[in-house]
Structures are given as structure tokens and as C-alpha cells.
Design a protein around this ligand. Structure first.
Ligand code: GLN
Length: 185
């Protein structure tokens, strides 16, 4: 099982640690030629605008887009969720646009920039959720399953093999979300 982890910026090392602990082989994706023979893809948190620009500049955009459209399982957290979203309500950019949701960037404002809570993620009960300048999902399109919510907003979805989360499962010791992702691979 070979999982590509986008490694241009942000919290990719933490994802790699969790995936290795679970026995997966990981590949850091920095250049176009890193994108081959992948069974799964992780898009980590960080700064989506920076990540999106680097993906375009390095020529990784097209092969990643094809991989996602081809149905390879994707785990996208925070900035990764933003990269997948079909629409951003407070930003003109659209990156991959493969996940039919509308997302609001930095949705919890500066006052509540970072916080932690505990919630269910699909069938996973009481998962520790770390939010860092997080987006939330304002609306979901047809065929999208809601996996998690916090207060009145959706924070996790699945559409086909794409999982998009507002929070950071890689920053906790709980590996159940990564296990769920690997079960799709
Ligand atoms: N605020 C970041 C963005 O808009 C996402 C934050 C994160 O990935 N922790 O890209």
C-alpha cells in the first residue's frame, strides 16, 4: 500500500508518521515525477493558497487531478479540504474542485483561531478534533455524506473515496481516522 502525501508545505510529516505506524508505505510528493503507483493520497493542512500555487508551478496539478478523478482514495485535512472544494465562499480560487461542497476559509475567525473538541466522525465515536484557523463546510452537494459537525456547521464529509475534514486527525494520538482512510485503499 503506497500512499502519496503532498509535501510542499504544512503539516505533512505528522500524516507520514501516523501512516507509517499503521504499516503503510509513504511517498513525499514534491515534484511531478513523485506521483506514480499511488494507492492513496493525503492532502495535509497548511496554507491552501501557497500549496495550490506550488502544485501548479511544479506541474503536479494535472497528475494529481487525474488521480483524484480516477477514484484514488483521498484524505484531505484543513487546507487539503480547501484544495478539493468545488467552491469557496470567501475566496475566488478553485483548485481541484472535485468535492461538491462550499467551504468557508478561516471560518472560526481570529478570536477562535485554534481550539479542540471531541466529536463523532462517521462511525468513529468521540474523536479528538483539533482545529487550526480552520475552514468549515457551508453546504454540501448531492451524494456527499456528512461525517462530522461542530455546533451548527459541517466539519467532515465523504464523497466517493474523497474524505474532507476541517480538523487535523494527524495531530492527535488517535489513529482511527487514518485507519478509516486506509480501509478505503
Ligand atoms: N487557514 C488555512 C487556509 O485557509 C487552513 C488552515 C489549516 O490547514 N490548518 O488555507
Amino acid at each position: 500500500m503506497r500512499i502519496g502525501v503532498l509535501a510542499v508545505q504544512g503539516a505533512f510529516e505528522e500524516h507520514i508518521d501516523v501512516l507509517r505506524r499503521l504499516g503503510a508505505e509513504t511517498v513525499e510528493l514534491r515534484q511531478q515525477h513523485d506521483i506514480r503507483d499511488l494507492d492513496g493520497l493525503v492532502l495535509p493542512g497548511g496554507e491552501s493558497t501557497v500549496q495550490g500555487k506550488i502544485i501548479r508551478e511544479t506541474g503536479m496539478f494535472e497528475p494529481l487531478y487525474e488521480l483524484i478523478c480516477g477514484g484514488v482514495p483521498v484524505l484531505a485535512t484543513c487546507a487539503g479540504l480547501i484544495l478539493l472544494s468545488e467552491k469557496l465562499s470567501n475566496d475566488e480560487n478553485v483548485w481541484f474542485g472535485t468535492l461538491p461542497v462550499t467551504v468557508k476559509r478561516n471560518a472560526y475567525g481570529r478570536q477562535l483561531g485554534s481550539f479542540e473538541t471531541v466529536g463523532d466522525v462517521g462511525d468513529i465515536r468521540k474523536f479528538p478534533e483539533v482545529f487550526i484557523r480552520a475552514p468549515y463546510i457551508e453546504s454540501v452537494g448531492e451524494g456527499v455524506t456528512v461525517l462530522s459537525s461542530f455546533e451548527d456547521h459541517v466539519t467532515g464529509v465523504r464523497f466517493g473515496c474523497q474524505i474532507g475534514l476541517s480538523f487535523h486527525p494527524e495531530l492527535t494520538a488517535d489513529t482511527r481516522v487514518h485507519e478509516y482512510f486506509l480501509s478505503l485503499v
